[in-house]
Design a protein around this ligand. Structure first.
Ligand SMILES: O=C(O)C(=O)C[C@H](O)[C@H](O)COP(=O)(O)O
Length: 211
């Protein structure tokens, strides 16, 4: 878990991807790698997620692949078997978190409130996702909450973009940010992988300028 979180911190930005068609998986991965962010959180919002992770892992074994929107333990197993190295979810589901901890699968659940954060801390987690970040109080909320839970660092996701990511990354309570702005569904659908590469490189440059 520590190695993966370290990698995430180095990257600064985790692209959150929704893939509707497996054929887009490798071109998208290529754009991310060439743009300088060899990482993707592939969300289990679509049926293509599992196979997409498998295809990307085959083509780019060095990429850090995270499974997102994992809502069942069955999806945990499928994601890991396909090559995902970490499980992420939008919310805190004790069943999924405990399942991952028991199987020693790195897990980064979503939290929004101190009560949810307390559940994570109780289980020994020191890295959590804060989702939906902007809608749930953004940086102000993160700073207030982590003042009480000093050992925890946060990955805000939801509403983060090239304009507001700098202020998030400047906060030492934040280890990285998740976001979909550089891998938007319409760009993938239109096959605009050059544009994705360009926006990924821009995201990478912003993160590098802060860290
Ligand atoms: O599905 C998950 O595991 C999530 O936590 C949700 C995603 O991370 C956000 O939907 C990305 O948010 P945007 O960058 O605003 O598009």
């Amino acid at each position: 878990m520590a190695d993966i979180c370290e990698k995430m911190e180095e990257l600064g930005v985790i692209p959150v991807v929704v893939l509707n068609d497996v054929k887009d998986a490798v071109p998208l991965a290529k754009a991310l790698v060439e743009g300088g962010i060899p990482c993707a959180e592939v969300t289990f919002r679509t049926a293509a997620a599992e196979e997409s992770i498998r295809e990307i892992k085959k083509a780019y074994p060095e990429m850090l692949l995270i499974a997102g929107t994992v809502l069942t333990t069955e999806q945990v197993d499928r994601a890991v078997a396909a090559g995902a190295e970490m499980i992420v979810a939008p919310g805190f589901d004790p069943e999924i978190v405990d399942y991952c901890l028991e199987k020693k699968i790195p897990v980064c659940p979503g939290i929004v409130t101190p009560s949810e954060l307390a559940q994570a801390v109780k289980r020994g987690l020191t890295r959590v996702k804060f989702f939906p970040a902007e809608a749930a109080g953004g940086l102000k909320m993160i700073k207030a909450m982590t003042a009480a839970y000093t050992n925890v660092r946060i990955m805000p996701t939801g509403g983060i973009n090239a304009k507001n990511i700098t202020e998030y990354l400047e906060c030492d309570k934040i280890f990285c940010c998740g976001g979909s702005w550089m891998v938007k569904g319409d760009l993938i659908k239109a096959g605009e992988f050059d544009k994705i590469k360009e926006m990924t490189a821009e995201a990478k440059a912003i993160a590098a300028s802060v860290r």
